[in-house]
Ligand binder design. Structure first.
Ligand SMILES: *Cc1c(COP(=O)(O)O)cnc(C)c1O
Length: 355
């Protein structure tokens, strides 16, 4: 603490990301990174952008990331003016809070969800009300009809992995014509239906994507928002009042290439989904209750063992999983899907602990 701090700094509760251990070969199942590398086309695109003498780095990147937005727009059958690009979807979400979610009434999001949402709300002084998930950790969409200044939830939800069908998303969007409904689809490629197809019909729908999970580019920091051009315009107005160049040249080149290699993407995604089903069966056999997941992680608890203790015992073996000290979920672990070999290392360690 310091007398030089602004008021807002005193009031912040910063988000704590999952640990990035400084170990040679950790089994890292704590931040939902993809266990597979990005497409080789991504690596060539970065090399190509650098050229022989990295001459291009002398110049500022395209502030509008036009080539990237056009590629991603075509991929999703949208126009480029329906696409906003930012430095990771976290930055996109921060922009959304300022541009579209700060109104007189509180915004609504689930009590158990991505813990960055309350952090942004406090940073930008956005009032919010949390809505309890049901006992099976599902979003009850009928609870999202009360008066609100905006609605925000991930689909699939994090850290539960539960996905709503498109018909439910449509009902939430249709029943809230006076506020923006933001669907954070960070994990949609692992088994949920995207709401992007509804964008033409609903000017109040904004869908947020990231390249960090299904495109294996967490290290490049590239995320998107998709929606009606007027919503995207609002995001650009905030961006251009904050940082004109959120995406550097290498990130733009890398992400563009990632969207041009669908075969690689499809292959890695299928492998993750297969490993998820395999790990679900293995954990269930060990006595864990596993929430059915449509994402690249599992949310699981063991009735006989304290979750924080389990996480600590795994960490001793250099296996990292995520434990949240939060109401309702402090007996659960969130386990990212690794390669089958990494999942086997986890299962063998758990066998020693709980077996
Ligand atoms: C990982 C994650 C993000 C952030 O992704 P970045 O693009 O890496 O910033 C956003 N929302 C949810 C729900 C996530 O799990």
């Amino acid at each position: 603490m310091s007398r030089y701090w602004s008021d807002i700094v005193h009031r912040l509760t910063p988000y704590v990301p999952g640990e990035q251990p400084a170990l040679a070969h950790p089994v890292k199942l704590n931040t939902n990174e993809n266990p597979y590398p990005p497409s080789p086309a991504v690596v060539s695109a970065i090399r190509n952008e650098l050229g022989e003498h990295a001459e291009s780095l002398r110049r500022y990147p395209d502030p509008t990331a036009r080539a990237l937005r056009e590629t991603v727009a075509a991929h999703h059958h949208l126009n480029a003016d329906q696409v906003f690009a930012g430095n990771g979807s976290d930055e996109v979400l921060a922009t959304v809070f300022q541009a579209l979610l700060k109104h007189d009434k509180p915004i609504l999001f689930p009590d158990i969800t991505y813990s960055f949402y309350p952090t942004y709300a406090r940073l930008y002084d956005v009032a919010y009300r949390t809505i309890a998930l049901d006992d099976a950790f599902k979003i009850r969409i009928d609870d999202y009809t009360q008066s609100n200044g905006g609605i925000l939830f991930p689909n699939p939800n994090a850290p539960t992995g539960h996905a709503l069908p498109l018909s439910d998303i449509k009902r939430v969007v249709a029943s809230n014509p006076d506020s923006v409904v933001v669907v954070d689809e960070a994990y949609v490629d692992f088994g949920a239906q995207s709401a992007i197809s509804l964008i033409g019909q609903y000017p109040n729908l904004l869908v947020v994507h990231t390249t960090s999970k299904s495109r294996s580019l967490a290290g490049m920091r590239v995320g998107f928002a998709f929606g009606d051009a007027a919503l995207i315009d609002a995001l650009n107005r905030v961006k251009d009042s904050f940082n004109s160049y959120p995406l550097d040249r290498l990130a733009q080149a890398a992400a563009t290439a990632a969207y041009m290699d669908d075969a690689w993407f499809g292959d890695c995604t299928e492998k993750v989904i297969a490993s998820r089903e395999r790990l679900t069966a293995q954990l269930t056999a060990l006595g864990f209750d596993v929430v059915p997941s449509s994402a690249n992680f599992l949310f699981a608890r063991h009735a006989g063992y304290d979750a924080a203790t389990l996480a600590a015992r795994l960490k001793e073996k250099e296996i990292f999983v995520r434990h949240f000290k939060a109401p309702r979920i402090d007996q659960h672990l969130r386990i990212s899907i690794g390669t089958d070999a990494e999942c086997d290392t986890l299962v063998n360690a758990l066998k020693e602990i709980v077996g």
